[in-house]
Write a protein that binds this ligand. Structure first.
Ligand SMILES: NC(=O)c1ccc[n+]([C@@H]2O[C@H](COP(=O)([O-])OP(=O)(O)OC[C@H]3O[C@@H](n4cnc5c(N)ncnc54)[C@H](OP(=O)(O)O)[C@@H]3O)[C@@H](O)[C@H]2O)c1
Length: 253
């Protein structure tokens, strides 16, 4: 059996970690890595890099589908790392253009990626798709409305498409993560308790397994990939996200 893994958002923080982990695995034979605005230098011959792929547009989805069509493999997995987290802010200070961009990055890109790979997977009667949601959408944290809503829309897409495609031997699941233990997150959230965050190497290995080797009986699920800690969930949400104290002051309109 020959396995092809597609990684979207491959130039992003998690995408780069997943790409490097997958490129070093002997059970992954080839990789298609897509980026939208950034280019990627990849030292691994088994990686094909597609740049300029905006998955919130039909043209981007088509470009990915055409690239996949050229690859003869019988086991195809998609790891959808594309997404966006805007600055935390109350809705009345957020433009609708920002809201639309967040929905495009978190929800529409998954639909674009799914449109690109599902026809081939349905013909082959097998495939796996994995998307990344967040713990924030269940907690409904304030000041993250557009992000929470877009991840709930993504989860709904995962569940609906899982039901739509189960009879073709395709499994579609989400992994809900909390703040990732990356250098970028540490830089933008200097007041957070870094040790409580999600270690990325273990997450990458788990996500690659889910997209390539795990059975398809788990379908339409959201795996909660984080560990509860009072310092992360109880106390530090506002300080971690650097919410302006003026916004929290109830005497301010
Ligand atoms: N980081 C965290 O702590 C955290 C927490 C919860 C959930 N997550 C989720 O985990 C996933 C990965 O996070 P991350 O930190 O790696 O994010 P990231 O560093 O911001 O990378 C996201 C990537 O998505 C790509 N992207 C955005 N819009 C796109 C579009 N329209 N078409 C194609 N690609 C697009 C960007 O590509 P270009 O750079 O090429 O433009 C970017 O590299 C995301 O879904 C995120 O929401 C992350």
């Amino acid at each position: 059996m020959s396995t092809c893994l597609i990684i979207t958002g491959a130039a992003g923080e998690l995408g780069r970690i997943v790409l490097s982990a997958a490129a070093n695995r002997s059970d992954v034979d080839c990789i298609i890595a897509t980026t939208r605005s950034r280019s990627l230098d990849v030292p691994w011959p088994k990686v094909t890099c597609l740049t300029g792929v905006d998955l919130s547009e039909d043209a981007g989805a088509r470009k990915l589908a055409e690239s996949l069509d050229k690859i003869p493999c019988d086991n195809i997995g998609l790891l959808h790392c594309a997404g966006a987290f805007p600055a935390t802010a109350p809705l009345h200070r957020t433009t609708l253009a920002t809201v639309a961009a967040v929905f495009a990055a978190n929800s529409l890109t998954f639909l674009g990626a799914a449109k690109a790979v599902l026809p081939r997977m349905r013909r082959q009667r097998s495939g796996r798709l994995v998307a990344f949601t967040s713990h924030t959408q269940e907690a409904a944290y304030p000041f993250m409305g557009p992000f929470n809503m877009s991840k709930l829309a993504l989860l709904s897409a995962v569940q609906t498409l899982a039901n739509e495609n189960a009879r073709f031997g395709i499994a579609i699941n989400a992994i809900a993560v909390a703040t990732l233990q990356t250098e970028t997150e540490r830089r933008i959230k200097p007041t957070g308790t870094y040790d409580d965050w999600v270690p990325v190497n273990g997450l990458a290995a788990y996500a690659i397994d889910m997209a390539t080797t795990m059975g398809i009986q788990v379908n339409g699920s959201e795996i909660q990939y984080w560990k509860y800690s009072q310092s992360f969930f109880g106390d530090s949400i506002f300080s971690r996200n650097s919410i302006d104290p003026e916004i929290l002051d109830p005497t301010n309109g």
